[in-house]
Design a protein around this ligand. Structure first.
Ligand code: FNR
Length: 381
């Protein structure tokens, strides 16, 4: 394929290079995948206001997210197993994000550890926390994130119980892959991925090593999650984490106004309107359809961030126009990483930045900070 021009091009390239079980892991949603599809589809229901004959010179996408300067309002979302899309994937993506001037968020369930990512970056990255029953382990994880100088802690609230994805179950997902007839066939057809993977020793869960030595395949991961993740997690725990952490706190996975108000009551700096990329509650509404309600509920008390279904810079602009102070992309950067490693993540960011810039100009605006409902022609949300 010639130079990728869209996120969809990167997805096609990733599908060719990455073994099926890991490509499908990124490209899947829970059960019927209805919420996953709605996340993407609902953006097209929002129409933009075309403006003409206004000065479009000297445009700027720069803004801040929880007080941190960003070159555009887009962060890389936390994604588990990123190091299976490409060897050392979290380190490569963090470096690409740093060079582009946007935050990278490292998942608790990453392949590269907090310390691995720290070793290749010179600016603060963000850390995403899954809260487990073993509070001693949480204290140690938070201590490691502090020691690495992480700029924000993102606490995920929508995965106390693991949603189910049929593709993962059918593919026999495991990290590293287990040798079965099925996986051997998947790997044999992706030689470049295999060659890269042979160069690295990072093939297990970097942050939970020692805490969960048996976790590798989906059934052991599900069993470990069921045993470790805390289904009793409450708003009091969030307050405990906030005190322990002491820095910028972002609560991820809010889709309901009551929950948004409870999140604001904790004194957190931001919430992320998110349904986990359609990977948890299949049947939940799309993220973008709920964004304006969350902004109405708490936009004057905390920053409202957004993720879910962004596949272009135009989608980012629509989310910003509906009140998001910042957005996150998950699959778009994973496709870039799977397709080409670090240059692929940079390409994904470049594509989104360019599309956002052109769209903003054609809406008659020069500064992302001036883009609000004034650039929306119509929206059902
Ligand atoms: C995720 N997501 C996620 N979220 C989180 O808080 N911790 C995690 O470890 C993961 N892992 C993960 C793996 C993969 C493969 C995907 C695709 C997603 C959810 C993620 O942070 C984000 O909410 C969604 O990816 C946003 O939707 P898009 O941009 O992928 O459509």
């Amino acid at each position: 394929m010639s130079k990728p021009l869209t996120i969809a091009d990167l997805k096609t390239m990733a599908r060719r290079r990455v073994p099926k079980m890991f490509f499908d892991y990124a490209d899947s949603g829970a059960w019927t995948e209805g919420t996953y599809r709605a996340n993407e589809d609902d953006f097209s229901k929002i129409k933009l206001r075309q403006r003409v004959l206004v000065d479009m010179t000297n445009r700027s996408l720069a803004t801040t997210m929880v007080g941190q300067d960003v070159s555009m309002p887009v962060a890389l979302a936390p994604t588990g197993l990123t190091g299976m899309q490409h060897a050392d994937g979290e380190m490569l993506a963090a470096k690409a994000a740093e060079e582009f001037g946007v935050p990278f968020t490292l998942s608790t369930m990453s392949i590269c550890s907090i310390e691995d990512v720290k070793s290749v970056t010179s600016k603060p990255f963000w850390f995403q926390l899954y809260v487990m029953k073993d509070r001693g382990f949480i204290e140690r994880l938070i201590g490691r994130a502090k020691a690495a100088g992480c700029g924000a802690l993102v606490v995920t609230a929508d995965l106390q119980i693991l949603g189910q994805r049929h593709k993962d179950l059918r593919n026999g997902l495991s990290a590293p892959p287990k040798w079965t007839l099925n996986s051997a066939f998947q790997l044999a057809t992706k030689p470049f991925w295999c060659l890269d993977m042979l160069q690295t020793k990072r093939r297990g869960f970097g942050n939970i090593v020692g805490h969960a030595s048996n976790v590798s395949d989906l059934s052991s991961l599900s069993a470990w999650t069921a045993e470790q993740f805390d289904p009793r997690l409450s708003w009091d725990d969030i307050r405990w984490i906030k005190d322990l952490w002491g820095g910028k706190l972002i609560i991820k996975g809010i889709l309901d106004e009551e929950d948004a108000r409870a999140a604001a009551d904790t004194g957190a700096d931001a919430l992320i309107v998110s349904n986990h990329g359609g990977r948890q509650l299949d049947g939940a509404p799309s993220s973008i359809s709920m964004l304006p309600k969350m902004v109405d509920a708490v936009g004057d008390r905390m920053e409202v961030h957004f993720d879910g279904g962004i596949r272009s810079g135009q989608d980012v602009l629509k989310a910003v126009a509906l009140g998001a102070k910042g957005t996150y992309i998950g699959r778009p950067f994973l496709y870039g990483l799977g397709a080409m490693g670090k240059p692929g993540v940079t390409t994904a960011l470049e594509i989104i930045s360019k599309e956002m810039d052109i769209t903003m100009a054609l809406c008659g605006k020069r500064d992302i900070k001036d883009c609000g409902t004034n650039i929306i022609a119509s929206s059902p949300f």
